[in-house]
Design a binder for this molecule. Structure first.
Ligand code: M6R
Length: 365
């Protein structure tokens, strides 16, 4: 089943163009999203939604965090995101007409299931699961479901499940926009960008060799910082989680604007700093954050848009990424971070597909 790949994780990273393609297949019209993908009469429910609460764990939680940036920039619906293990044990102020969304690759994560039970008891408007396993407990317990069509994910480190979750969350946001009405141009542009994804992911994968060379620099390191801004901050969080999980290097993500409030004290020549820098409205802000790091002797590893004007220097390595639409940049910039942690782990000789102490499906509290 592995074919020419050395590990499932690498195979699954490379399957992402097809996984995304399949997740979009038969779900899009020319300028809109097919309303039926969430079931009949769903528009009536979506029209009533006044709040969205997203619940998930680990990587799936990071997908939820990105979706919040998207949801609140494209709709007027407030969106909250919380990890299931926190949500399930605290009281929530009841909210009116809340759509409760769970995200899970396995659909069997105990904390996520318990959070869903709680939301149902508290009286949410409707529940929706975004999962990768048909007939999973989460799917069965939810009113609606939108599947990610990633295919089986064997590697414990989640890769293609994450990018297809992001695609599916885009579909959900599009459906909400359609149900609320009056945004047909914005929906059309969302659909147009989604269709570009498979090719753009292929292009991102072409940096694999260069990323492998970069990864060698991390072998002896014990810590790493990951930086991003806006919807790239959760991308940085996901990059840090991947590195921790499979290479056992301690990694933390920060929104780049927070550096000066503490973590800058950690920066020296021993601390690699990874940053994702697409050419978005926040690029200039990010650049000044990166300068704060560089001037303190930090070594920067950047994944930056080739038009960003960030040039390699003695202590700055840059992987130049192709230009991508801002709206889908988090999906594309996830790819090089997956490859980075993969290659670091291979260099370190860890068990990439089955990292110590972890299980693929966390069915215990
Ligand atoms: O199956 P789920 O998506 O509910 O799993 C949630 C987390 O356990 C999972 O994403 C975990 O963080 C991954 N191993 C990270 O790569």
């Amino acid at each position: 089943e592995l074919g020419d790949y050395r590990h499932y994780m690498l195979k699954e990273i490379y399957e992402q163009p097809q996984a995304v393609q399949k997740t979009l297949e038969d779900r899009l019209d020319i300028n809109s999203i097919k309303q039926c993908i969430m079931g009949d009469n769903v528009a009536e429910i979506l029209k009533q939604v006044e709040e969205v609460q997203i619940i998930a764990c680990g990587t799936s939680y990071h997908a939820g965090l990105i979706a919040r940036y998207w949801m609140e920039s494209l709709t007027d619906i407030p969106c909250q995101v919380e990890v299931a293990s926190e949500y399930r044990y605290r009281r929530q102020v009841p909210r009116k007409n809340m759509l409760f969304v769970t995200i899970s690759q396995s659909g069997e994560t105990a904390d996520t299931l318990a959070a869903l039970e709680k939301a149902k008891k508290d009286g949410c408007l409707a529940s929706l699961s975004i999962c990768n396993v048909a007939e999973s407990s989460l799917q069965r317990e939810s009113d609606f479901s939108l599947m990610t069509i990633a295919g089986p994910e064997i590697g414990v480190a989640s890769t293609k499940a994450f990018t297809t979750q992001l695609v599916t969350l885009k579909l959900l946001i599009g459906l909400l926009m359609q149900a609320k009405g009056g945004q047909s141009e914005a929906v059309a542009s969302l659909v147009e960008d989604l269709k570009k994804l498979p090719v753009l992911i292929e292009q991102a994968l072409e940096h694999d060799k260069a990323i492998e060379v970069m990864a060698e620099h991390f072998i002896e390191k014990h810590n790493a910082l990951f930086l991003g801004r806006g919807d790239q901050y959760p991308v940085a969080m996901e990059g840090a989680l991947k590195l921790k999980e499979i290479s056992y290097i301690h990694a933390e993500a920060y929104p780049a604007g927070e550096l000066k409030h503490g973590p800058l004290a950690l920066v020296d020549s021993e601390m690699p700093i990874v940053a994702v820098a697409p050419n978005t409205s926040l690029l200039e802000k990010l650049k000044s954050n990166l300068e704060e790091v560089r001037s303190r002797g930090g070594f920067l590893y950047l994944f930056a848009d080739k038009t960003s004007g960030i040039a390699p220097q003695d202590n700055i390595q840059v992987i130049e990424m192709d230009e991508v639409p801002e709206s889908i940049a988090p999906i594309i910039y996830t790819i090089p971070l997956q490859l980075l942690s993969y290659h670091v782990a291979v260099f370190k000789g860890t068990d990439v597909d089955k990292p110590r102490n972890l299980a693929k499906s966390v069915t215990v509290e």
